[in-house]
Design a protein. Structure first.
Ligand code: ADP
Ligand code: MG
Length: 562
């Protein structure tokens, strides 16, 4: 037996706990959702571990979650008989801030600084296990990892330190006991020793949890002889028809699987019948996570087989450019033992991916048509990711171009699709013009823009790094080439005040000396120096050959170069 050890929380964890302890965040009920969500995850994990390894010494015959109220001691305990944690895991998972949602929360917290902003952030992020400290002045966690003999007890008052000790008496799984703060006499709903309150919170936030959530001990109604009461209906939302389920219920499921406290932007449901049956419930989040462009971003949806959770982050079901989509796919005809390797090669999975992709894209198209404002949010958050599909998924290129939106010289905040650009393009224009750059400002001030502005020609303003690549890959739209205003010789047609052919020849002669001198001086820097009609105000500009890299791409490569 090891002695009790005392540890200090990491700086970040301490900050977070301070915020929880002193929180005036009004919706404190969500702590229970977080603890139930963790318990549910732990049961999923054990169910799966046992499936993979039958020799694992763990009882999976009655996996469930228990809630126990002790009015006299003023405690509420959330208990599961799931996978549990080892001594080291408790230190790692509970004592530090490891998961990305919390890291992001803290980053924004630092930016928000003031207290009011911080309260709002709790509502947006939630912080999982730590949210217990909103309602408790002491939290004890007793846990035993499946397959291990010895358990671990973690205790903290949330103020700087926590203790860890080994425990011989730990049952399988984890129990979290909250020693509740004194009840608020002005707000009776905040009394979490009330059976009614606890039942109501579970119904509201956790009804869809697929494991039974039971109320045990002193339940207050009747003599309890009928045994523990199950509080949730456990109905898999994805298996129910859309008109049976409320938006709120869908959103609670999203928050559970997405580890996000914010509402999703869109809910997409698909029920595939026939020889290969499956149900899917997909969500488009309302905010892009910070690591969306990281190499090791965890993407993918949850895979279930016949209501049994099989894996998180199942990448095979959606292409990388839809990596922001969260959700659940429940397949009827896959083996429970299916592995990631098998999924990558399974032709049913490939079919599912195609179908889910099409469904997602058509939902985005409908969103664009029916709710411009919501779509604008979507595009701001995820447009840059979606555009990757223009390069990697030629089969869905048209569907992607139907929703891909661009700012242009002719709109201030609004965006247009290529289709809308073509619709209002004047007779005689033979290309879709675009310019790439780092920001709208830098583009607007570009000398290349002058002739276009002068003639009132609409130019698409492309500011994402991926833009350089997809315009090349796509090449044209409905027969009109996509052309950069910064590349090659550009003939925009004569204007009235333009000079005649004769005048131009004369000019060329006049400037021959100057051009020759410039060619010599700039020999190392440029290929050629020529007179141009593309400028109206600026004396000179740099132009790339039609086949060269555009300046922004050149910059990008240089930036990455030696
Ligand atoms: P998240 O659930 O988003 O990962 P939490 O703060 O809620 O963040 O939990 C942190 C981690 O602690 C979980 O990822 C899990 O590994 C572990 N954990 C929390 N509760 C339990 C539990 N009841 N059983 C097993 N592990 C748990
Ligand atoms: Mg959690």
């Amino acid at each position: 037996i090891m002695p009790t050890e005392t540890f200090e929380f990491q700086v970040e964890a301490r900050q977070l706990l301070q915020l929880m302890i002193h929180s005036v965040y009004s919706d404190k009920d969500v702590f229970l959702r977080e603890l139930v969500s963790n318990a549910s995850d732990a049961l999923d994990k054990l169910r799966l571990a046992k499936l993979r390894d039958d020799s694992l010494d763990a009882d999976v015959s009655d996996l469930h979650i228990e809630l126990e109220i002790d009015k006299d001691a003023r405690t509420l305990t959330v208990r599961d008989n799931g996978v549990g944690m080892s001594y080291d895991e408790v230190g790692q998972l509970i004592g530090t801030i490891a998961h990305s949602g919390t890291a992001e929360f803290l980053r924004e917290l630092r930016e928000a600084q003031d207290g009011a902003g911080a309260e709002g952030l709790i509502g947006q992020f939630g912080v999982g296990f730590y949210s217990g400290f909103m309602v408790a002045d002491e939290v004890t966690l007793l846990t035993r990892r499946a397959g291990e003999r010895q358990g671990t007890r973690w205790t903290s008052r949330g103020e700087g330190t926590y203790t860890l000790e080994t425990a011989d008496d730990a049952p399988q799984g984890t129990s979290v006991t909250l020693h509740l703060k004194p009840a608020d006499p002005d707000n009776r709903l905040n009394d979490y020793t009330s059976v009614w309150t606890v039942k109501e919170i579970v119904k509201r936030y956790s009804d869809f949890i697929t494991w039974p959530i039971r109320l045990v001990g002193e339940t207050g109604d009747g003599d309890g002889a009928a045994g523990p009461e199950t509080l949730n209906s456990m109905k898999a939302l994805w298996a129910r028809s859309r008109d049976e389920v409320s938006e709120e219920e869908y959103h609670e499921l999203y928050k559970h699987i997405g580890h996000d406290w914010r509402e999703p932007l869109e809910t997409i449901q698909l029920n595939a019948e026939g020889t290969f049956e499956y149900q899917a419930l997909l969500f488009v989040p309302s905010h892009a996570p910070h690591d969306l462009f990281n190499q090791n971003f965890k993407r993918g949806v949850q895979l279930y087989v016949k209501r049994v959770f099989i894996m998180d982050d199942c990448e095979a079901l959606l292409p990388p450019y839809l990596r922001f989509v969260k959700g659940v796919v429940d397949a009827q005809d896959l083996s429970l033992n299916v592995s990631r390797e098998i999924l990558q090669q399974d032709r049913h999975i490939a079919m599912m991916q195609r179908r889910l992709t099409k469904k997602t894209l058509s939902s985005l198209k409908a969103m664009r048509a029916n709710d411009a404002e919501r779509y604008a949010t979507f595009w701001r958050e995820f447009g840059a990711v979606l555009k990757e599909g223009l390069i990697t998924d030629p089969d869905n290129r048209d569907a992607l171009l139907a929703v891909a939106s661009f700012t242009t010289t002719h709109e201030d905040g609004a965006t247009v699709t290529l289709g809308q650009y073509l619709e209002r393009m004047p007779e005689g224009q033979d290309a879709i013009w675009f310019v790439t750059g780092e920001s709208r400002e830098s583009i607007d001030n570009s000398p290349h823009m002058e002739a276009f502005r002068e003639r009132g020609i609409e130019v698409l303003l492309l500011t994402d790094p991926v833009d350089e690549v997809w315009v090349d890959a796509v090449g044209e739209y409905e027969g009109k080439p996509l052309r950069s205003i910064a590349k090659g010789e550009i003939d925009l047609g004569a204007r009235e005040e333009d000079r005649s052919e004769g005048e131009r020849e004369q000019q060329a002669e006049e400037y021959a000396g100057l051009l020759g001198w410039m060619r010599e001086r700039l020999d190392e820097e440029v290929k050629e120096v020529r007179l141009s009609t593309r400028l109206t105000v600026s004396p000179a500009c740099l132009v790339a050959d039609a086949n060269d890299l555009t300046p922004a791409l050149e910059n990008m490569y240089r930036g990455h170069g030696p």
